[in-house]
Ligand binder design. Structure first.
Ligand code: COA
Length: 185
């Protein structure tokens, strides 16, 4: 209930009143309803048909990596991470990333993408953060295009939108194979 109220609060604030700096924090169970509402607003009913959704059905998100963005204590954005492997190499898939329409262009989206990636790779357990998204948005943040067709998805994706962030810059060209489970230990 709290989270639905939070969404309403977000919707009630006019964009013109915002000149605020977003912050991020780990998501908690209390954010679940807010995040569900936000993803519905951002992606609509088609979200359940997306290939990324199918991947998350097979390989669950790591909730300990989920982040929420806030502006003055009001939740306004969310990002998830899914541990996966590609061709046997452990890494993560970022998404969905969404910010509430009344809180866009404040830097929350990029802050969420950067922070969740930094915190995830700092664990030292996976080598890359892959996503399917717009080059114009993610490449200035350090994501790089992969070789179209190299990474095999369990459904249709635009291969030119498959991007990778990794310390090892060769991974953008060498990652290939099926998306599988994150190999523990
Ligand atoms: C994409 C999204 C997360 C951006 O959130 P945001 O909080 O507005 O992002 P930021 O404030 O950090 O960045 C805004 C800047 O990115 C630009 N931008 C937003 N979406 C973009 C896109 N798809 N491609 C290129 N640039 C984009 C904005 O025009 C703005 O540019 P400016 O700073 O020059 O004005 C948000 O619009 C959203 O939730 N969209 C619907 C869901 C979605 O598409 N998610 C991404 C899936 S890959």
């Amino acid at each position: 209930m709290t989270s639905v109220a939070q969404t309403s609060a977000a919707a009630a604030i006019a964009p013109s009143t915002l000149a605020k700096v977003p912050t991020v924090r780990p998501a908690t169970d209390a954010d679940d309803a807010f995040i569900e509402d936000l993803q519905a607003i951002a992606f609509g009913p088609g979200r359940f048909a997306r290939t990324a959704f199918r991947i998350r059905e097979q390989f669950p998100i790591d909730k300990s990596l989920s982040l929420v963005a806030e502006v003055e204590g009001t939740p306004c954005g969310s990002v998830w991470m899914t541990p996966i492997s590609i061709g046997g190499i452990n890494g993560y898939m970022l998404g969905p990333l969404a910010t509430h329409p009344n809180f866009r262009k404040l830097g929350a989206g990029k802050l969420l993408a950067r922070e969740v990636t930094k915190r995830t790779l700092a664990r030292g357990e996976g080598q890359f953060v892959m996503l399917v998204g717009d080059r114009d948005y993610y490449c200035p943040l350090g994501w790089e295009p992969t070789v179209p067709g190299n990474i095999e998805f369990p459904g249709p994706v635009d291969p030119t939108r498959v991007l990778v962030f990794a310390e090892d810059k060769s991974l953008a060209t060498t990652l290939s194979g099926k998306i599988g489970a994150f190999q523990q230990g």
